[in-house]
Design a protein around this ligand. Structure first.
Ligand SMILES: O=C(O)[C@H](O)[C@@H](O)[C@H](O)[C@H](O)COP(=O)(O)O
Length: 248
């Protein structure tokens, strides 16, 4: 199922996104005592700012959250390009999520090793039932993924025309030639992204208007953009501000 929310301003988008996340947090914690959230980098983290303010900062049961990255740059965790640093500075440092429930990549490993290590970590969490497993695909089923999108329609570190968008076996893979710097990254694959229960696709501002139009406004497209390949098992919710939706 897909829904598209177009908000007047980016501020309204942040407020709507916070409510959506808080509601899903309450749902999954009630159902299974945990909430597994996968975040991307980029402007998404700034869009989470309403979650770290009242009422949500007080009402969300942060102790049940488990946080993962859909992609990460292969740099030290304190490097300016690190998605972990971006999320820590802008979100994780402001809420009482248990440090042991925040799953960053092993930044001492090169890209291939870091991807293998992250995949092994997730497999262990599936065995412990911290992360669910999709009964239809056998891949890990995260409760919610919070994704941004690039102007070229990339999601995570899955870029248009790159062979990685066709990876069908691995849970986590790596790229050494990312067109968006830095070049070395790890990324979830589409089988994992599309085995998630819910995905929020968060796009604000003028930078992605063409990719948003391609994804939501056009019917025919021979080669699908990565963003058009996103199809979670329960719901894909687009959160757009009026600028991002201006070509719809
Ligand atoms: O590591 C990354 O670069 C992000 O995970 C990436 O997938 C991001 O979500 C989009 O690129 C949008 O981010 P921007 O705000 O930088 O365009």
């Amino acid at each position: 199922m897909m829904k598209v929310e177009i908000l007047d301003t980016e501020e309204d988008l942040a407020a709507a996104l916070a409510k959506y996340i808080a509601d899903l947090s309450a749902k999954f914690i009630k159902e299974r005592g945990a909430f597994t959230v996968v975040i991307s980098g980029g402007y998404l983290i700034d869009c989470l700012r309403k979650l770290v303010e009242p009422p949500y900062v007080d009402s969300v049961d942060w102790s049940k959250w488990h946080v993962f990255w859909v992609d990460e740059r292969v740099v030290p965790k304190d490097h300016q390009d690190s998605n972990y640093k971006l999320a820590y500075d802008g979100f994780l440092s402001k809420v009482p999520i248990l440090p042991g429930n925040v799953y960053a990549i092993n930044d001492a490993l090169p890209a291939e090793g870091a991807a293998d290590d992250y995949e092994t970590c997730i497999k262990q969490l599936v065995k412990k039932n911290v992360v669910s497993s999709s009964t239809s695909t056998g891949f890990p089923k995260f409760d919610l993924m919070l994704l941004g999108m690039g102007p070229d329609g990339h999601v995570a570190s899955l870029f248009p025309g790159h062979p990685l968008i066709n990876e069908k076996e691995r849970w986590v893979t790596y790229i050494m030639d990312s067109p968006k710097p830095p070049p070395h990254r790890i990324t979830f694959t589409f089988p994992v992204i599309n085995s998630s229960a819910f995905i929020a696709m968060v796009v604000a501002g003028p930078g992605e208007v063409n990719a948003v139009h391609t994804a939501l406004g056009s019917t025919s497209s021979v080669d699908k953009l990565p963003v058009q390949m996103v199809q979670p098992e329960e719901e894909l919710a687009w959160f757009l501000d009026k600028e991002a939706a201006s070509k719809l």
